[in-house]
Ligand binder design. Structure first.
Ligand code: ADP
Length: 687
């Protein structure tokens, strides 16, 4: 047996007599459900960590049994009990009166055999403790009292009163619980060298055992859940177990103490619906609510029996496979069956035998009420999390508190994290998302701007070097070209009018003229000519350019639309050069539309620039040639020079302006020229 127990993989458990609930924060999903159901506000959620404030805990066990992630656990005395058994200590297992509710296929007698097989020396019915205290209650209830009495049978209720309603301590019946009673009886009979172990469905009894007012009666407490682990090897073997009777004193009606109303019934009294000075209240919300009402005098009666659970058959460590009614029935049936076998006289004799056992106890004031924060403090917290009433408080309970106000109070008391408010966090994350999106956009934009600036720089540098080369070539060609022109003219003059060679010389002159034009173009591209700045009205300038072209046949079938901003300011610029730019772009547009389409010219202004948009309805510019558009000598035309846009670009750049292009295949093209409004020679804006 010793070896078998040692082989069990039972996790390390507390061997001291202080019991605590612990939270596994890796398992915990921060759903706040434990905070919601904890009647003692003993759960702190701060900085993403859930902890149990053990001084505030009343050991009801709700958090352990209700946690959806099973992230909470308790440390019991199981390891020490194993040690007792392995060391062959003399042990008494006192089983709580609720025990019939956990028996599936064993009879109570077989259960006793199983407990003995794992090493318990004796197995007692804890119900005898109940038997004894119910007699004490009966006596007390028959006496006249000037104050309402509250049963001290349920340790959760006792802890709640000691910690949160200490004004009711004097109302608690000063009698020990059945567990302490059976412990004191066992001590009285067996002495101190026996180890008394109480086996219970209740968590609070783990703590009650070492409460200073009653300590010493019980050596260790384990739960029904712990017992199941101890009995693991036994559970399958029904046939192995013969029936063994319980040891220790025999209880009677005390066996029903674990069901609702059991305490009052075991005093020998019967319930009557017309009896309103004896009340039995059970269940978490009802008992806590009623206790608080009793504390302020809203309810009155002679005796209050409060049970935190639905009787001990509903304790946290009893299997929920059967309904609470079925569990209750099992206990009651067992009690009836045993009572039938007993004669009342022997019961009375047994009770008399233990009359000497002291059943009294006192209750320490363990007040844990937290100071109530001021209205200003509460409002400041509500404001911080954007929950100021009347419009903003949602009372959604997602944080575990019944209202935003309660949550704010908990924050002020230091047991809750103000930031942990779901709607607030959602709002915050939306805000952060929006900010991130904005900075991402800005980053993208600055990236684009950087790329554009880089492209512009490359283009400018490229144009500058081509310009230098072009200027050199142009100079060199200009002189021989002049000579060609002069001698061609002389030759032309000396030839007779009907001389067939005149046509050849005409061709030499016209081609030399064309070459001269190219050279002129190259020179102006190479910035050879200086700008001549003066006041310019862009609207007038466009009118002049259009006047030059409208009569050309290329423009006859082109509809010209002007969308002019009449308020354009006059700027300082080189009028002739700008005319050259607009002429170039307008001619290009007309050529692209092959003399058929719409030409829309728009002038606008913003804070810094005058903008001239020249939009055509031509075929658009293919993406693959966009990169070369402003390069000198780039042309798609048979007789084009490829200098128009390169020269225009240079002119606009020297005016500190820029040219943008918007185009789409089949959607036409728009050249947008931006010229700074404050351009002036003095400021050196144009050169
Ligand atoms: P050129 O007119 O001598 O070809 P440019 O530098 O003025 O020289 O133009 C370069 C090229 O840009 C043109 O050959 C043409 O392919 C293209 N282009 C200019 N403007 C337009 C336009 N509005 N629509 C389509 N293509 C255009």
């Amino acid at each position: 047996m010793t070896q078998r127990l040692a082989q069990k993989h039972i996790p390390l458990v507390n061997t001291e007599k202080s019991f605590e609930i612990t939270v596994n924060n890796r398992k915990c999903r921060k759903c706040s459900y434990c905070i919601q159901i904890c009647p003692a506000k003993a759960i702190k959620f701060y900085r993403d960590q859930v902890t149990i404030i053990s001084e505030r805990c009343i050991m009801c066990g709700s958090c352990i049994t209700e946690c959806p992630q099973q992230a909470l656990s308790y440390r019991s005395g199981l390891q020490q009990v194993i040690d007792f058994l392995e060391n062959k200590e003399k042990t008494i297992a006192c089983v709580d009166p609720a025990f019939p509710a956990i028996l599936d296929f064993w009879t109570p007698g077989q259960f006793v055999t199983a407990l003995k097989k794992i090493g318990f020396t004796e197995v007692w019915e804890g119900a005898f403790g109940a038997e004894l205290i119910s007699q004490a209650y009966r006596k007390l209830l028959n006496e006249k009292t000037d104050k309402p009495l509250i049963s001290s049978f349920c340790p959760v209720i006792v802890f709640y009163i000691q910690k949160y309603l200490p004004q009711l301590i004097e109302n608690l019946v000063p009698i020990v619980s059945p567990m302490i009673a059976i412990g004191r009886i066992a001590r009285a009979i067996k002495g101190n060298d026996w180890k008394v172990i109480y086996i219970t469905p209740c968590l609070a009894q783990l703590k009650e055992m070492s409460s200073p007012e009653v300590a010493g009666a019980i050596d260790q407490v384990i739960t029904f859940k712990d017992l199941k682990r101890l009995l693991e090897d036994q559970l399958e073997r029904k046939e192995d177990h013969e029936e063994t009777p319980f040891d220790g004193p025999k209880p009677f009606l005390g066996r029903v103490i674990s069901v609702i109303g059991g305490l009052y019934r075991s005093t020998g009294s019967q319930f009557d619906i017309l009896m309103d000075d004896i009340t039995v209240t059970y269940g978490h919300r009802r008992t806590i609510g009623s206790l608080n009402q009793l504390a302020v005098g809203f309810i009155k009666a002679r005796f209050f029996d409060f049970l935190f659970c639905h009787g001990c058959v509903d304790g946290p460590f009893i299997s929920r496979d059967l309904s609470v009614i079925a569990r209750r029935q099992k206990v009651v049936r067992y009690a009836k069956q045993e009572m039938e076998k007993q004669d009342v006289l022997s019961v009375i004799t047994e009770l008399d035998r233990f009359e000497f056992v002291d059943l009294s106890r006192s209750f320490l004031n363990m007040e844990q009420r937290l100071p109530t924060p001021t209205e200003e403090q509460i409002r400041a917290i509500l404001k911080k999390i954007d929950k100021l009433p009347p419009n903003k408080n949602l009372d959604c309970r997602a944080c575990g508190y019944a209202s935003c106000r309660e949550k704010a109070i908990a924050v002020a008391q230091g047991i809750a994290d103000e930031e942990y408010c779901l709607p607030y966090l959602l709002e915050q994350s939306k805000k952060i998302y929006r900010e991130l999106e904005k900075s991402h956009r800005e980053l993208q934009m600055s990236h684009q701007a950087l790329e554009q600036a880089q492209a512009q720089l490359i283009r400018t540098e490229k144009l500058a070097s081509i310009g230098q080369l072009a200027a050199g070539v142009a100079h060199e060609i200009n002189n021989p070209l002049g000579t060609i022109m002069i001698y061609a003219h002389l030759l032309y003059k000396n030839l007779d009018k009907d001389d067939p060679r005149r046509e050849d010389v005409e061709l030499i002159i016209s081609e030399a003229n064309r070459a001269k034009e190219i050279v002129q173009g190259l020179l102006s591209f190479a910035r050879e000519t200086k700008l001549k700045p003066g006041p310019v009205n862009i609207n007038d300038l466009i009118e002049d350019v259009l006047g030059l072209v409208v009569n050309q046949s290329l423009f006859h079938n082109i509809k010209i639309e002007k969308r002019i901003d009449e308020e354009l300011p006059t700027i300082v610029a080189d009028e002739t050069k700008l005319k050259q730019v607009f002429l170039n772009i307008i001619l290009n547009a007309a050529q692209a539309m092959e003399g058929n389409g719409r030409l829309i010219i728009t002038t606008t202004k913003d804070k810094k620039y005058i903008k001239i948009r020249i939009q055509d309805t031509g075929p658009g510019i293919p993406p693959e040639i966009m990169a070369n558009l402003f390069s000198p000598f780039f042309t798609t035309k048979e007789k084009g020079t490829g200098l128009g846009l390169a020269i225009s670009y240079g002119i606009i750049e020297r005016h500190k302006g820029k040219i943008d292009v918007e185009t789409g295949m089949g959607k036409g093209t728009a050249f947008i020229i931006s010229l700074p409004m404050d351009a002036s020679e003095d400021e050196g804006v144009i050169k």
